[in-house]
Design a protein around this ligand. Structure first.
Ligand code: GDP
Length: 196
């Protein structure tokens, strides 16, 4: 797994702080509690890589991880149901909307959804921004272990149908950080997006 060499690099509160955009970058997005940190840790074969993104003061920042000779992962801040004040959500929208829009080395977005609660407002906002900026999106329907095999497949088909409204169609797969289901497919897809 080439992503096992990922290392934390920097937390950024605004786009000016981001390192020069000369390397392929993949952004990870997900509503809080969707399972984004777990997915990032699983993909990087690291128990606590994304822990930094959860430390106080960093949860609203873009946290960047460097993968030598391959590029970078950008862990984007999420938000939950109602826990975020409107002003903060506005700040989030400005930061993330702009990032998706202007970051020229952004090769794709991995959007993490809890398989039991897919296509939230957060998710459709991310999908809309990605669409506007013509960024490819790969969706991980994670925590697939929480549903049985049949129910997971049904949910996958249901969400895939909902995605048909997007002209630049996102790709989607089942995933579980707990069982490592779909890990190889996720790694291969991300590598392809990064140009490997
Ligand atoms: P984040 O807020 O999106 O970064 O979410 P976390 O990665 O912290 O996960 C939120 C909760 O879901 C935690 O209690 C995790 O242990 C749990 N979780 C995450 N991924 C999985 C998974 O694949 N399977 C199961 N069963 N639980 C998971």
């Amino acid at each position: 797994n080439p992503f096992a060499r990922a290392e934390f690099r920097i937390s950024c509160a605004d786009l000016q702080q981001l390192p020069r955009d000369e390397q392929p970058e993949i952004a990870f997005a997900g509503r809080s509690n969707a399972g984004k940190s777990s997915a990032l840790n699983t993909i990087c074969n690291h128990k606590q890589l994304a822990r930094v993104s959860k430390t106080p003061g960093r949860t609203q920042l873009i946290n960047l991880f460097e993968i030598p000779n391959i590029g970078r992962f950008a862990d984007l801040p999420g938000y939950g149901y109602a826990e975020v004040p409107a002003a903060m959500r506005k700040g989030w929208g400005k930061l993330i909307g702009n990032y998706v829009d202007v970051r020229t080395n952004l090769r794709g977005i991995v959007l993490i959804m809890d398989i039991r609660h897919p296509m939230t407002d957060f998710d459709t906002q991310m999908l809309d921004w990605a669409q506007q900026a013509a960024r490819p999106v790969h969706i991980l329907l994670t925590k697939a272990d929480k549903l049985g095999f049949g129910a997971s497949k049904n949910q996958l088909l249901k969400v895939r149908r909902e995605l048909e409204v997007y002209e630049q169609r996102p790709t989607i797969q089942l995933f579980s950080s707990q069982e490592k289901t779909g890990l190889e497919e996720a790694i291969a897809t991300i590598l392809t997006l990064m140009g490997h």
